[in-house]
Ligand binder design. Sequence first.
Ligand code: APR
Ligand code: PHB
Length: 389
Amino acid sequence: MRTQVAIVGAGPAGLMLGRILERAGIDAIILERRSADYVLGRVRAGVLEQGSIELMDEVGIGQRMHHEGLVHHGVELSFDGDPHRLDFQHLIGRHVMVYGQTQVTHDLMDARAASGAQTVYAAEDARLLDFDGEHPRIEYRKDGVTHRIECDFIAGCDGYHGISRASVPLGALETFERVYPFGWLGVLVDRPPVAEELIYAHHERGFALCSMRSPTRSRYYVQVPAAERVEAWSDDRFWDELRARLNPQTAAALRTGVSIEKSIAPLRSFVAEPLRFGRLFLVGDAAHIVPPTGAKGLNLALSDVRVLGAALVEFYGERSAAGIDAYSATVLKRIWKAERFSWWMTSLLHVFPETGAFGRRIQRAEFDYLVGSRVAQQSLAENYTGLLD
Ligand code: APR
Ligand code: PHB
């Protein structure tokens, strides 16, 4: 097989890149290790920044999002039961959209199926070859048969555990990492959300987040130790712990039920540099991980894709390599700003076992400063709704 751009991974990054290229008349094949149903079955993030909303519209798949997505003009932050609302609209005239990554992926898959563009699911053992020269190729197995794709470029959109970053020669890549000593235990439940907006709560028992997927489906999280096992958490234990971390009115309003998904995600900050090696690009979670506290993971993946998509369109349209040459430096600037914000939100809202009483006083002072300063609130709002570049 021959294509212009071979995309590894059919998560939101790979599918969105495929969509941008398809609309520009550039041929691409997507290789995905799993099945489409498996990809759609993963419960992931749920908040779109304004730039992501705009990208969905630009590529012509924003319709369902505008119909079913929930526009949020603010969030609540609470510290030891003391709640404060941040009104993004008021502070900086911007908003976010609550629309799950699963739905984004669904919309992209539907559009791809309708266009007839090729996605190979259940593609095993992908090997990325010769991307340091002019003629990269990928070999993979499907149904016991080995296939080969020749291409001009490879886009590594295969997530944190993918093969793309691992294919880069040792020593060509520098990585930066912070692993937090806790994870998030998440529960999905078919009950109306406890509040109209998201609630991020710091409590001495640990962080809690009240989020949602729709007016009838809620997503809740509590901070747990990194080594915690999900089996140790019955639904009742989860609801009791969540209630203990919310302010009493919110706790009383919580609508609990049987969880339809329950899992623990570790928290990590990670960046690889650079993000281009010859004709291979790293994109999305393959390139960077943020802790979920700032709701940046999906948005950052989509902003990488926007830059790479435009660079490839420029390459094929104008025969200019300026965009692809600048890709790594351009996206890393934004990535590090999102890393900073995600690290900061994480630091403010979680309980860090190692920082002791001094650390908690500093967190309280940070919170008091925030709720007393319009400038500090504007900074949070600007970062949360998405920096403009
Ligand atoms: N070959 C083919 N596909 C692969 C391989 C491989 N060797 N390894 C991984 N994949 C696939 C995975 O099965 C997955 O479907 O690549 C896809 C990567 O998708 P995501 O992990 O969703 O990553 P990305 O598209 O960058 O989206 C980032 O995901 O983790 C969240 O918070 C993050 O919301 C953000 C988003
Ligand atoms: C979610 O709804 O899953 C969610 C929302 C906001 C976050 C993280 C996760 O910051």
